[in-house]
Write a protein that binds this ligand. Structure first.
Ligand code: F0G
Length: 467
């Protein structure tokens, strides 16, 4: 065939090809409506309390749930379990520094362990830590140290339906105002890429440059919460002026170069089932962090990880920045979001990188925020089709440090997409189920919380439907 015809037609095909074929499969277990009704009642209407085998499509999280590649499984065979100085550690450290050239890399078993160490070293009563939006464990670790966690995302980031290319950006003027007023109380400024609790929205390179500049002008260290760095870099590549010709890895290195350090959960973009790290430039802070690491995680050349985990991550980091993968990843998330949008389900727009966020405040406007509309929607999607999602709203964020309860800024339900795990037909099924539930929205009940723990209540809280 004529080459020009092929070139012209190639770009008209809209099917998203998963850039892999399947090499090992896990069975899914089908359930009946009455089995699901029993399971969710026994779980106290909290989807975290379900047995995973009672879930058909598990969109609870994209964390640790991705499929590892053939090359990652092969790398695991190279795992060297020496207590100190394992070659697996050196391969891991080199892979991290290839993308994030910080002086010190401190391995942890997952992201929150890195946060715990960082805020134990830097937090404390009277301090305030700004972030675009703290993730729940990040907020909890800041607050557990006695410090205040302050969310400073741009106002556009709080409007679910407003289209903006970088809704995860930090409000730089608001940040500067905090630094003017309380600079001495700010031990670190963090930016979360992509902004998970704010809809998986990216942060632009221009915004990172501006935040970096303000922080350094006031002498405050700037850290990334970088779990989804590759997805963020892909959005920069796609959306930011002048970035389209750059390699993703190069964009990632620039993101890192603007910061003084990072906290990382390697269970996201690097395709780990477990893992994380802290990386930073400051020698004395690194020493304090390593001392804390040894208390709870382990020796500095393995942290909380086995040698085989370090190997899987070193390989996963290389795969995370591959353009074929990232194009598929971001397009397939948008495929779900765009279909729900077309079906009239209110979703956070534009569609984020790792998840689709349904705006439960709009869909279930008849349910008061203190009766957890997001929880109501999550429960209904499980009952209807065995889909597990997570509420990111008042059940997650409503309890205040002073003990009061107040509505969260947004009532979202997140459908997080595990990496390389589900096919397009799984997602087509999700679209059908969610659309069917949305059609019944007006009949869904609110919930009351009948048990709540002292911290991070959404994980173990129990609920009852009202009426
Ligand atoms: N920061 C962000 C932005 C996160 O999304 C997470 C985890 C963490 C830190 C903590 O990392 O789980 O390895 O300890 N997010 C998962 C989620 C749990 O479902 O979004 P971790």
């Amino acid at each position: 065939m004529n080459r020009r015809t092929i070139d012209r037609m190639e770009h008209t095909f809209s099917t998203i090809i998963e850039p892999f074929r399947i090499h090992s499969v896990e069975p899914l277990r089908m359930t009946t409506a009455s089995q699901r009704a029993d399971a969710i009642r026994d779980a106290g209407y909290n989807l975290f309390n379900l047995r995973a085998e009672d879930v058909l499509i598990d969109l609870l999280t994209d964390s640790g749930t991705g499929a590892m590649s053939r090359d990652q499984w092969a790398a695991i065979q190279h795992g060297d379990e020496s207590y100190a100085g394992s070659p697996s550690w050196f391969r891991f450290e080199a892979a991290v520094k290839e993308l994030f050239p910080f002086n010190h890399v401190i391995p942890t078993h997952q992201g929150r362990a890195a946060e715990k160490i960082l805020f134990t070293a830097l937090g404390g009563a009277g301090k305030v830590v700004p972030n675009n939006t703290h993730f729940d464990t990040t907020r909890a670790n800041v607050e557990a140290s006695g410090a205040e966690a302050l969310d400073l995302v741009i106002p556009e980031g709080l409007d679910a339906s407003l289209i903006h290319p970088f809704k995860g950006n930090m409000d730089v003027a608001a940040l500067e105002a905090v630094l003017v007023e309380r600079g001495a109380d700010v031990p670190v400024v963090m930016v979360t890429v992509t902004n998970n609790s704010g809809g998986g929205q990216p942060v632009s390179l221009a915004n990172l440059r501006a935040v970096s500049e303000v922080c350094h002008r006031y002498g405050v260290p700037f850290f990334l919460d970088a779990c989804r760095f590759a997805e963020n870099a892909w959005f920069i590549h796609e959306r930011e002026a002048g970035q389209g010709d750059r390699e993703v890895a190069d964009i990632v290195r620039e993101m890192a170069s603007l910061a003084d350090g990072m906290a990382m959960s390697a269970k996201k973009d690097p395709f780990g089932n477990i893992g994380g790290w802290l990386a930073l430039n400051d020698d004395s802070l690194a020493e304090r962090c390593r001392n804390l690491l040894i208390l709870t995680e382990g020796f500095p050349t393995y942290g909380g990880l086995a040698g085989r985990d370090l190997e899987a991550l070193a390989q996963g980091l290389k795969e995370a920045v591959h353009p074929d993968y990232l194009r598929y990843r971001i397009r397939s998330t948008a495929y779900l979001g765009d279909a729900l949008d077309r079906a009239g389900v209110p979703v956070v727009k534009p569609i984020g990188g790792h998840a689709v966020y349904i705006d439960a405040k709009t869909l279930l406007a008849h349910i008061d925020p203190l009766q957890y509309p997001g929880q109501a929607l999550s429960v209904a999607m499980y009952e209807m089709g065995g889909i597990r999602s997570v509420e990111i709203g008042t059940a997650m964020f409503g309890r205040q440090p002073d003990g009061s309860e107040r509505p969260a800024a947004m009532e979202l339900v997140r459908l997080a997409i595990p990496r390389r795990t589900y096919t397009q037909s799984h997602i087509d099924y999700v679209i059908e189920v969610v659309t069917a539930v949305a059609g019944e929205a007006a009949s869904l009940p609110g919930y009351r919380m009948v048990y709540e723990p002292a911290a991070l209540r959404h994980f173990t809280a129990r609920f009852e439907p009202i009426g």
